[in-house]
Design a protein around this ligand. Structure first.
Ligand SMILES: [Zn+2]
Length: 284
């Protein structure tokens, strides 16, 4: 996961969203607000703002309309970062939208957790599945607290997680302090989105690594053969628009980070040498 460019929605569309959101907020009970949010969401196609919202979310995607979480599949579902069945007040809230794929959106669904103010541990506030709710079930508004899930529109996920690009191609927390919020956010995000558990994901990242490496190797060869600036720029775009941008950014981190640099030199020397000979790519 990488941090996404956070684009602004025009005021006229924000106003259209607000009008719908105000209708939801007018409901006097939390339960009624949830019901209305779900009904309005189902009929959102009538809201003209959504064509523009999809266009902007597409621009904000990593690579070519790739999912903001897994970076592999096509992003085609508007995902509420804060689930609408827990936070109906954020149902028609531009800042709460991300573009994700169905494979990520499915398991994440209504899962959410927040940090309690009393201690440093997070509290799961996922509502029970409808099949497990008794007839007496009445939803209650969650307490205030910061989300445990990393929001790529606000934070840089790479500040929390690192990817092993030598062996496993799995994510792990950067912080070693298990009691820190940063560590817990990394774990919660990795587990909730299944970033390591979906067997195809580490494989896809390894393929992406080989692909980035090949493209970089080709770029280096063309440069040595005096390719012109336009040709080199095209090759640069071929690298920057590829799937799994985290893999490329992680390759750069391994070269730049003094703690990882020696590992790269030892275990993937040909990549190390490519970076050494083409330092301009570190600033792309
Ligand atoms: Zn996905």
């Amino acid at each position: 996961m990488i941090q996404l460019q956070n684009l602004s929605l025009d005021k006229k569309y924000l106003d259209q969203l607000k009008k719908t959101q105000d209708e939801i907020n007018k409901e006097t009970t939390y339960e009624a607000q949830i019901g209305k949010a779900e009904d309005f969401w189902k009929s959102r196609k009538n809201n003209k703002a959504f064509a523009k919202i999809k266009e902007l979310l597409t621009k904000m995607c990593s690579g070519v309309q790739r999912c903001c979480y897994c970076e592999d599949s096509r992003a085609d579902e508007i995902e509420h970062f804060k689930p609408k069945v827990i936070f109906p007040e954020n149902c028609f809230d531009w800042d709460n939208y991300l573009y994700a794929c169905g494979i990520c959106n499915g398991p994440k669904n209504n899962k959410f957790a927040i940090f309690r103010e009393t201690d440093n541990e997070f509290q799961d506030i996922t509502p029970p599945h409808p099949s497990k709710r008794g007839s007496e079930y009445i939803p209650t508004r969650p307490p205030e607290g910061d989300p445990a899930l990393i929001n790529p529109r606000i934070s840089n996920p790479m500040d929390f997680m690192e990817l092993d690009i030598i062996n496993t191609f799995k994510f792990s927390p950067i912080s070693e302090d298990k009691t820190s919020q940063a560590y817990q956010m990394a774990i919660y995000t990795i587990e909730t989105l299944g970033l390591n558990d979906r067997a195809d994901m580490p494989k896809a990242r390894r393929n992406a690594f080989n692909d980035y490496f090949s493209r970089f190797y080709y770029y280096n060869g063309e440069k040595v053969n005096n390719a012109d600036a336009t040709q080199l720029q095209k090759l640069q775009e071929c690298i920057l628009k590829n799937r799994h941008p985290t893999v490329w950014k992680e390759m750069i981190r391994w070269y730049n980070d003094p703690n990882l640099n020696k590992g790269l030199e030892k275990h993937c020397n040909s990549l190390y040498v490519l970076f050494k000979n083409n330092p301009e790519v570190l600033n792309w």
